[in-house]
Design a protein around this ligand. Structure first.
Ligand code: HEC
Ligand code: HEC
Ligand code: HEC
Ligand code: HEC
Length: 177
């Protein structure tokens, strides 16, 4: 009786260890193999999701970023544009309440900027959009992201496409101020 009780206890603690080790391995695998590739950007002051808006609700990028053709800084839409819908849609949602408060008190939202270019180079969207290069090529699958991940554009990225597309390569003379 005693021996079978102790062996059962041993079996149980053995199993507990096994489960603990498996759990630990799963967590380690997730942290090293999965998490870094999820490419989740920083949490913005208002939890805006491109997946919800550009993905699920299929709102066109240009509805919110209308100056993309004309300006090097297409910028973030003004809150009045959000309220075009959110005066009516989920008005009680805490994030929308926050948004409305920003608007009513004319307090700018401190959005975190995500796209960086080295200061010494020049970029304009116009030339690229004329060539029908999709937003995805440079910004990734934004319409599937809850939080856009930041990109620091490297010259190699620009040059390799310019090479492929036979676009100007003397750019790295002409682009630099
Ligand atoms: C409903 C409005 C809305 C729509 C539609 C929308 N965006 Fe945005 N976009 C925003 C807001 C708000 C931000 C700032 C918050 C953030 O980064 O998530 C932003 C930020 C961005 C940024 C990062 C800018 C930076 O440097 O900080 C990129 C790139 C971008 N959007 C691309 C796109 C693309 C591509 C699409 C279409 C697939 C799109 N957006 C559709 C509202 C919108
Ligand atoms: C050829 C690459 C390329 C394509 C295609 C492209 N972008 Fe960009 N985008 C950039 C780069 C580079 C920057 C950073 C510019 C800078 O910092 O001066 C940027 C910046 C932005 C920003 C942030 C600018 C700001 O004012 O803060 C938004 C928003 C944006 N892009 C939206 C779009 C949308 C929407 C499309 C598709 C209609 C698009 N982009 C297509 C390369 C691209
Ligand atoms: C064309 C209409 C439209 C515009 C413009 C719009 N939204 Fe939305 N938004 C929606 C809809 C539809 C939903 C989903 C509501 C639901 O889940 O029932 C939503 C959901 C949300 C949510 C809820 C959270 C979530 O992830 O589901 C937040 C926060 C939000 N929007 C913020 C914004 C901000 C910030 C802007 C301006 C940059 C904006 N929205 C512009 C239509 C819009
Ligand atoms: C996916 C391909 C692709 C990528 C990526 C790309 N470019 Fe271009 N770029 C082009 C093409 C195509 C043209 C148009 C060439 C033409 O009009 O003959 C162009 C044109 C330009 C021009 C000339 C604009 C003008 O007004 O004539 C500049 C400057 C430029 N790109 C800079 C950049 C920079 C900086 C980056 C990296 C952030 C970049 N490009 C990334 C394909 C690309």
């Amino acid at each position: 009786m005693i021996t079978s009780a102790t062996s059962r206890a041993r079996l149980r603690s053995g199993l507990a260890w096994l489960i603990a080790i498996l759990l630990l391995l799963t967590v380690m695998l997730y942290l090293t193999r999965v998490y870094p590739y999820q490419k989740i950007g920083p949490q913005q002051p208002i939890f805006f999701s491109h997946r919800v808006h550009a993905g699920d609700k299929e709102i066109n990028c240009r509805f919110c970023h209308p100056f993309v053709e004309r300006s090097a800084n297409p910028g973030i839409p003004p809150l009045s544009k959000c309220l075009f819908c959110h005066r009516h849609v989920i008005t009680g949602h805490p994030q929308i309440v926050k948004l409305t408060r920003h608007f009513d008190t004319a307090t700018p939202v401190p959005w975190i900027r995500l796209m960086y270019m080295p200061d010494y180079s020049r970029f304009n969207h116009e030339a690229h959009l004329e060539q029908e290069i999709d937003c995805v090529t440079c910004h990734g699958e934004v319409s599937r992201m809850d939080r856009i991940y930041p990109i620091a554009f490297q010259m190699g990225f620009c040059v390799s496409c310019h090479h492929e597309r036979k676009a100007q390569l003397d750019c790295w003379l002409s682009c630099h101020y």
